[in-house]
Design a protein around this ligand. Structure first.
Ligand code: C2O
Ligand code: CU
Length: 480
C-alpha cells in the first residue's frame, strides 16, 4: 500500500510539473501576497488515545488527523492543491467561506471529483475573517467521519486582545474494540435516524474524558475557536467555573453575550468563538462538559498553581469587526418555501425519486433515501440534474423552512451567510447573527433571509451527512 501511495504522489507531481514551475515552494509565501499549500488526502495510522497502544487507521491530510490548521490574514489570496492519495474520488470544500462557485468543491455540482492519483487546485481570495473548516464534499458521509477535515482560520485585521488562542476541532468516531472504524457507513438505520453517531469523542483528534487535562492560568484570557466536525453529533458545551462569552458564530462576530445556562449548542458544521476568562483560584480543578447526549466530561481543566496573570480581569470582550455582508431587506424579499419530511419516526411520506412518486418504505428499502425536501429525495448523483430553487443574482431571498420531521437538522447554505428572521413565525432573539449553518428543531419552521449575491449553483443541505446522503440535499441556483 505504501508503494502505491508513493507512486500516486510521484505521478501527480509529474502531472503537475508545469504548475510546479510557477509555484516554487509549497507552504511558503510565493510572492508575499499568496501562498501555495499542498493538501494530500491519504490513509495512515494514528494513536487517538495516548494511554493505549492501539493505532487507528484514519483518513487525513498530510499524514495529520485532523488536517493541518490553515491560518491566514483576511484579504490574502490563497492556493491549495488537493492531491488525492485515497482509493476513491474526493474533493475539498471550504465550509462557510464565500468563494467563487468553481472553487466550492462540490462533486457533480461545481467540479468533477478528483480521482485517486489526481489533483485539483483551489485558488481564491479570503473575503471574510472567521473560523472556518475544510472537508471533502464527495461521499462526505464516509470521508468526513474517517477523518478528512481541518480548521481554516482567517484572522481579523484587528483581533481582540487575548493571552492565548486555541482551536478545538470537536468530532467523534465509531470504533470497535480494536479501535478500528466500524465499517457501517451509509447504514439505513443511521440515515433514517440521527445519523452515524460515534462512540468516541475527540478533541483535535485525541480522545476526551476526565483524564485528559487542559491547563489554564488564573487571570488568563483565551480565545477558543470551536468547530464541530462530527458528521452527525450535536454538542452542548459548558465551561463551569470559567467566564465564557460568545463573540462569533459560524465565524461572524455577534454582540458578545454570555453562553446560555443550558450550554452552547453546536450542530454539525457549526463554529463558535469564545472569549474565556479564568477567574478561578490557582490550583482549582474544573471540567468542561458536553451535554449533547447525556452529560460527559469533555476534558478536565487544571488551573495551574501559579500566581494569577493579572489582578483584575480584562475589560469586556470587544466586538469583532463585521465582514462585508449584504443586508437582506425583508420589505422587498421574494418568498420561497422548503418543506422537509421523512425519517424513520414520523408520518408516512411520499417522495419523488428520479421523477417517480415513491412511498417512504420503498424510498428507504429500494433507494437508500429517507428524507425529502419539497417532496423530492435526491441521490448525490442526481445533483447534476436540476436545482431545487432558482433565484436571480441580487435577489433578496426569504426562505421559509418547514420541518415536518421529528428530527433536528443543522441546515447549511453554501456561498452565502444568512440572517435567522423567525422561529415558528416569532421574531428570532438574535438578529445580530449571521449564520451559514442553523439548527432546525423538530416540527419547527424557520425563516432565513439573505441576498443572493454570489452567482452559481450552491448546495443547501443538512449537515448530518447521513441525512444529506439520504436525500436531504439540493441546490439553489443564483443566476447572473
Ligand atoms: Cu460542511 Cu456542504 O458542507
Ligand atoms: Cu438532517
Amino acid at each position: 500500500m505504501k508503494h502505491e501511495t508513493i507512486n500516486h504522489r510521484r505521478r501527480s507531481l509529474l502531472q503537475a510539473g508545469a504548475a510546479l514551475a510557477s509555484l516554487p515552494s509549497w507552504g511558503l509565501a510565493a510572492d508575499g501576497k499568496g501562498r501555495e499549500v499542498l493538501l494530500r488526502a491519504g490513509i495512515f495510522d494514528q494513536r487517538l488515545d495516548p494511554a493505549q497502544e492501539a493505532l487507528t487507521q484514519v483518513w487525513g491530510f498530510n499524514n495529520e488527523f485532523p488536517g493541518p490548521v490553515l491560518r491566514y490574514r483576511k484579504g490574502a489570496r490563497v492556493a491549495h492543491r488537493l492531491v488525492n492519495e485515497l482509493r476513491q474520488e474526493t474533493t475539498l470544500h471550504w465550509h462557510g467561506m464565500r468563494v467563487p462557485n468553481a472553487m466550492d468543491g462540490v462533486s457533480m455540482v461545481t467540479q468533477a471529483a478528483v480521482p485517486g492519483g489526481g489533483h485539483f487546485d483551489y485558488r481564491f481570495a479570503l473575503r471574510d475573517s472567521g473560523t472556518f473548516w475544510y472537508h471533502p464534499h464527495h461521499n462526505s458521509f464516509e470521508q468526513v467521519p474517517r477523518g478528512l477535515y481541518g480548521a481554516f482560520i482567517v484572522e481579523e485585521e484587528r483581533p481582540p486582545e487575548v493571552d492565548r488562542e486555541e482551536v478545538w476541532v470537536l468530532s467523534d468516531m465509531r470504533l470497535d474494540e480494536g479501535r478500528q472504524q466500524i465499517e457501517d457507513f451509509g447504514r439505513l438505520r443511521d440515515i433514517g435516524n440521527e445519523g452515524r453517531i460515534g462512540n468516541l469523542l475527540l478533541l483535535n483528534g485525541t480522545v476526551t474524558g476526565p483524564e485528559r487535562q487542559w491547563s489554564v492560568r488564573s487571570g488568563e484570557r483565551l480565545r477558543l475557536r470551536l468547530i464541530n466536525a462530527a458528521s452527525a453529533r450535536t454538542f452542548r458545551l459548558l465551561w463551569p467555573g470559567l467566564t465564557a462569552m460568545l463573540i462569533a458564530l459560524d465565524g461572524q462576530g455577534i454582540v458578545p453575550r454570555p453562553l446560555p445556562p443550558e450550554g452552547l449548542e453546536l450542530g454539525s458544521g457549526m463554529r463558535a468563538d469564545l472569549i474565556v476568562d479564568c477567574l478561578a483560584a490557582p490550583g482549582s480543578q474544573l471540567q468542561v462538559l458536553d451535554r449533547g447526549r447525556g452529560e460527559r466530561v469533555l476534558i478536565g481543566c487544571q488551573v495551574r498553581d501559579e500566581s494569577p496573570l493579572r489582578k483584575k480581569p480584562l475589560g469586556a470582550p470587544m466586538r469583532l469587526a463585521a465582514n462585508d455582508i449584504a443586508e437582506p431587506d425583508l420589505a422587498r424579499a421574494v418568498d420561497h418555501y422548503i418543506m422537509f419530511q421523512g425519517g424513520m419516526r414520523g408520518g408516512p411520506v411520499i417522495g419523488m425519486v428520479d421523477g417517480k412518486p415513491t412511498k417512504i418504505h420503498e424510498l428507504i428499502e429500494q433507494h437508500g433515501l429517507a428524507w425529502t425536501m419539497n417532496f423530492t429525495a435526491q441521490h448525490e448523483h442526481a445533483l447534476m440534474h436540476e436545482p431545487m430553487l432558482g433565484v436571480r443574482q441580487g435577489e433578496h431571498v426569504l426562505l421559509h423552512l418547514i420541518n415536518e420531521t421529528d428530527y433536528s437538522h443543522p441546515m447549511h447554505l453554501h456561498g452565502h451567510f444568512f440572517r435567522v428572521v423567525a422561529v415558528n413565525g416569532k421574531r428570532y432573539a438574535h438578529p445580530d447573527e449571521w449564520r451559514d449553518t442553523v439548527m432546525m428543531a423538530p416540527r419547527t419552521s424557520l425563516d432565513i433571509a439573505f441576498v443572493a449575491d454570489n452567482p452559481g449553483e450552491w448546495m443547501f443541505h443538512c449537515h448530518i451527512l447521513d441525512h444529506a446522503a439520504g436525500g436531504m440535499m439540493g441546490t439553489i441556483a443564483v443566476d447572473s
